[in-house]
Design a protein around this ligand. Structure first.
Ligand code: ATP
Length: 278
């Protein structure tokens, strides 16, 4: 059985760890928009994938919904600094991304990203992988051991920390990726289909984890699973054909549906907006 520390009897202890370690600036709980995305355009060659994306996000869980090919991953890659847009602007807590310059490296230290898939040296140990991620994000060396300990505990991989990555299951590997994404205590945490391939219990544990960290981060999650919406979302962003089609709360999405309840209502609301399930 896989149980995140946050979901078990040691919850209070972990909350204390989180409070000490996941504290952010005075913007916490102030409700102001921390991530500002303005008029982003992005093309692969001549193919325009993001047409004109503008979006303001506050602390909390923000779910990107959209059918296959809508542009969710491409937008996440822009927010993670991996795709340089053709035009437009992104600011995190007022600080602009200026792709290719030193100041963008400074902003990106405050961004954690779990891509859909990631490469890794198979023999590298889990703890080495986390330390490497910390080094990439320029975590001061005096803090690496403590940060590694906290994130490995959060994803329940402490006991596997000295094992090679190649020995992990798919779900465990995603949890190692999540630990790496969180090691620098990012203000913006980008998770691209983090629950894909997780079993129901792992998914519940992941929801628990996000519910704990979302108060002090802008968490952006791309998902196809309405269970994720039901469990996590405070704010939904529906993306279609490279543009933001709709934003609102799950309750507002349900209002788009006609008389349905539960997950069926979320699905019907989404279909009313897009004309097809994600
Ligand atoms: N490297 C690439 N080169 C060319 N086109 C690409 C590339 N990556 C993505 N695309 C195209 O960009 C569009 C948006 O893709 P993207 O992966 O952002 O969508 P998505 O909403 O994340 O889809 P999914 O839900 O299937 O992951 C698609 O038409 C896709 O074919």
């Amino acid at each position: 059985m896989i149980t995140l520390p946050l979901a078990g009897v040691s919850t209070e202890l972990n909350r204390r760890v989180l409070r000490q370690d996941f504290r952010h600036s005075d913007l916490v709980s102030s409700g102001v928009d921390v991530l500002e995305v303005k008029n982003i355009k992005f093309s692969y060659g001549r193919k325009v994938v993001l047409a004109d994306v503008s979006l303001d996000l506050a602390y909390g869980a923000n779910l990107f919904l959209g059918r296959n090919g809508a542009g969710k991953t491409t937008l996440m890659r822009v927010l993670a600094g991996a795709n340089r847009p053709d035009s437009g602007e992104v600011r995190l807590d007022g600080e602009p991304f200026q792709w290719g310059s030193g100041s963008t490296r400074r902003v990106l230290r405050r961004v954690g990203w779990l891509p859909q898939t990631f490469g890794f040296p198979p023999r590298m140990r889990v703890d080495e992988f986390i330390a490497y991620a910390a080094w990439l994000k320029e975590v001061p060396s005096s803090r690496v051991a403590e940060r590694s300990r906290v994130v490995l505990e959060l994803v329940d991989l402490t006991e596997r920390s000295r094992e090679p990555l190649k020995s992990l299951s798919g779900g465990q590997l995603r949890r190692a990726g999540l630990a790496a994404a969180m090691v620098a205590d990012p203000e913006l945490l980008i998770l691209d289909e983090p629950t894909a391939g997780l079993d129901p219990e792992q998914r519940d544990n992941f929801h628990e984890l996000v519910r704990h960290v979302r108060q002090e981060k802008v968490v952006v999650v791309a998902t196809h699973l309405l269970e994720d919406v039901d469990a996590l979302a405070e704010h939904l962003v529906v993306i279609d054909q490279g543009a933001v089609r709709w934003t609102g709360t799950p309750a507002e999405l349900v209002r788009q549906a006609d008389g349905e309840v539960g997950l069926g209502a979320l699905r019907a609301g989404f279909q009313a907006l897009i004309g097809q399930e994600s």
